[in-house]
Design a protein around this ligand. Structure first.
Ligand SMILES: [Zn+2]
Length: 173
């Protein structure tokens, strides 16, 4: 089932999400719905809070070199922790909760993450480049942070101004 994605400035996006304790049907349904929702919106990652569920769960599905996403590549990541990181990378990020806005953000170039899968099994992975960026972006959501918070002051001000203008146009329609 495709769920509704909440968008900035919805207050729930600034909540800290709770640890997942029950690796049950309800969690599996949530993860399945998140996948359908992400694909419907052409996203490459989604955190549970973006569909208004404050749990530490996220999914990432990076496209291959031709730009196609395969479900075999889907990562389902529960209760993640970054245990090691290095380097830095600047990548132009976007977010389904901040639609149609893209801006450069600096993050770690390489990370090692420990997490659980949908059954609660402990897992770990090492990621670099876009996958490392996506992991850090989605994990920020779990702590109630959006990528726009990382923008330099003037860019952030410009964003707020443009966002308000866009919101007004929407109301007029
Ligand atoms: Zn996002």
């Amino acid at each position: 089932m495709i769920r509704q994605i909440i968008t900035y400035p919805d207050k729930r996006l600034f909540m800290r999400s709770n640890e997942v304790e029950h690796f049950d049907q309800e969690l599996h349904r949530l993860l399945d719905d998140m996948y359908e929702t992400m694909r419907a919106k052409n996203g490459i990652g989604l955190a549970a809070i973006q569909v208004a569920v404050p749990l530490r769960a996220l999914i990432i599905n990076l496209p291959d070199e031709e730009g196609n996403q395969h479900k075999e590549d889907l990562l389902e990541i529960i209760n993640p922790k970054i245990v090691q990181s290095k380097g830095s990378i600047v990548y132009t990020e976007g977010c389904l909760s901040v639609p149609e806005y893209y801006e450069d953000v600096e993050r770690s170039e390489w990370v090692r993450v420990e997490y659980q899968d949908r059954y609660g099994n402990p897992k770990s992975l090492e990621a670099e480049g876009l996958l490392a960026v996506a992991l850090q972006h989605e994990m920020d959501h779990l702590d109630g942070h959006l990528f726009i918070e990382k923008l330099p002051y003037l860019k952030r001000k410009k964003f707020e101004k443009e966002w308000k203008k866009k919101a007004r146009v929407k109301v007029k329609r």
